[in-house]
Design a binder for this molecule. Structure first.
Ligand SMILES: C[S@@+](CC[C@H](N)C(=O)[O-])C[C@H]1O[C@@H](n2cnc3c(N)ncnc32)[C@H](O)[C@@H]1O
Length: 485
């Protein structure tokens, strides 16, 4: 429920008045706020049952549908349920997986306690937040600079709620007084908003810049503004899709109203987390999973993660709207330097921009255990692309993807303790109809890096809607690759 108001005031503190958005009763299976959530006497982490918040559903423009490439039977590898969970719901990250599932894995893990959990592709921070909520020492790294900033801001739930509301209140008040200047926004932004909405967003942005004290509270206020950019856009902002300027939404939310509601939601969630999780046990670093340089040797007991899939999804483009609004990129062409070059090479634009040559990548010694099948697939792709009008560089993309993932396994071997468990949520792919058995090849690379065994647990079939070449009918699936050793 959004603020009913045309009111632009920020809701009073959760402990002292009416919350604009929803009941702040904790979900039924959370412990009462007075229950300590850290380690119990036997040093076993107290693992809470994470469940959907007992709140009214958010207005539909804040809630987005599930990931479009999957059937709804098993939602553990999607972010959709997180949109009802405190803190997780602050930013809708289509590439994310379920926090409840992470809690479940922690509950079921036979790993000796206390344990250290690690996610080398932490995205919006799901694993680390779920770990914190379970009182588990949790580390995450993310290479996308903008996404890393979002995830790090979500970990600021422990800041003073009062200061956050005061800071956001100042921003909203001064936004009401500054004059808008929308001339210089990139085309994507001007196409995505009505004139009135962009004027309000610009006033909020200017006000935030004026009040930015580079404090954690300013960062939370930045996140509140960022979080309303999609609900307030008139352009199509479907999840797991890039922005569609020509597709129009019927009822975008007015920005001042959306901002007030978002601050209320965030205050409420901070209050809730502060009540049940008494101390931080997590950290997120901007770093590269291929090196894991922020993580010390032999310190990790359990890895729960989901790498980019080899399916041509462009993580750089996924945040183009937000980065364009904040002036971090101007045009699509800026995305490579600003973001893509930091990431695993899982989309064809990446290898094209880097002019990757197939023989060079296939020469990578790290690809040893899979080189025969991989070369065969890449050469087949090289042939098929010549018959396709798009001539996508899937041949180099697939080779570079596995070359990068081989490095990830080597780094994971370094940071994991002997006997560690690693769980990768992965899906296979079939560019131009050539099947790429991702889980098997990743499993083989893990063994080659020094792990002992792997097995794949399929969670669901994926429909063909989101195959990177919609003209093929190769059945695809998604599941968990479990690696031990
Ligand atoms: C499937 S998403 C993970 C989402 C996460 N599970 C969540 O719930 O938010 C994969 C993430 O890996 C990140 N990534 C890509 N290349 C990376 C690299 N070299 N090192 C670390 N992260 C990387 C992407 O930016 C993306 O956020």
């Amino acid at each position: 429920m959004l603020a009913t108001a045309s009111s632009r005031s920020i809701a009073p503190p959760p402990d002292g008045g009416t919350i604009v958005r929803a009941s702040h009763h904790p979900p039924a299976c959370y412990p009462a706020p007075s229950t300590p959530a850290a380690l119990d006497k036997s040093s076993q982490p107290v693992v809470h049952c994470m469940t959907a918040m007992n709140t009214e559903p958010a207005q539909s423009s804040f809630l987005h549908e599930g990931r479009a490439d999957t059937k709804p039977s098993d939602t553990t590898s999607t972010f959709v349920n997180n949109m009802r969970l405190p803190i997780h719901r602050w930013f809708r990250y289509s590439a994310g997986f379920s926090a409840q599932w992470v809690s479940q894995v922690l509950r079921d893990a036979r790993t000796p306690r206390p344990l250290t959990l690690f996610d080398p592709f932490v995205g919006s921070g799901t694993t680390v937040l779920a770990g914190e909520e379970c009182g588990v020492n949790s580390l995450g790294i993310e290479a996308h600079p903008f996404v890393a900033r979002i995830a790090t801001a979500k970990l600021l739930w422990n800041e003073s709620i009062e200061s956050f509301k005061r800071s956001a209140g100042h921003v909203l008040d001064s936004a009401g007084r500054v004059a808008p200047d929308t001339e210089d926004y990139p085309t994507l932004i001007r196409k995505s908003y009505s004139e009135g909405a962009l004027a309000q967003l610009d006033r909020l942005r200017t006000a935030w810049l004026r009040h930015n004290e580079r404090t954690p509270v300013s960062e939370l206020t930045w996140l509140a503004l960022l979080a309303i950019l999609r609900p307030t856009a008139s352009a199509g902002t479907a999840p797991w899709q890039y922005v569609l300027p020509n597709k129009r939404k019927k009822h975008p939310v007015p920005p001042f109203e959306a901002f007030a509601a978002q601050v209320a939601i965030m205050s409420e969630d901070m209050y809730y987390f502060q009540s049940v999780v008494h101390e931080h046990s997590g950290a997120i670093f901007q770093d590269d999973a291929r090196t894991c340089s922020a993580i010390e040797d032999s310190t990790i007991d359990l890895v729960i993660t989901s790498p980019p899939y080899a399916n041509n999804y462009d993580y750089a483009d996924a945040t183009r709207l937000e980065m364009s609004f904040f002036g971090e990129v101007d045009r699509w062409a800026d995305l490579h330097a600003a973001v893509r070059r930091h990431l695993i090479r899982s989309c064809s634009q990446h290898v094209t921009a880097d002019r990757v040559a197939l023989p060079t990548v296939l020469n990578d010694k790290g690809l040893g255990p899979i080189i025969q099948e991989l070369s065969q697939a890449c050469h087949e792709l090289e042939k098929r692309r010549l018959r396709r009008s798009g001539r996508k560089s899937y041949h180099t993309m697939v080779a570079a993807y596995f070359s990068d993932l081989a490095k990830v396994w080597t780094s994971l071997r370094r940071v994991c303790k002997p006997g560690a468990t690693v769980c990768f949520v992965v899906g296979d792919s079939a560019p131009y109809g050539v099947h790429v058995p991702v889980e098997t090849w990743l499993g083989e690379l893990a063994i080659s890096a020094g792990f002992n065994s792997y097995h794949f647990e399929k969670t669901r079939d994926r429909n063909v809607k989101w195959n990177i070449d919609r003209k093929h009918n190769v059945p695809l699936h998604e599941g968990r690759l479990w690696v031990e050793g």
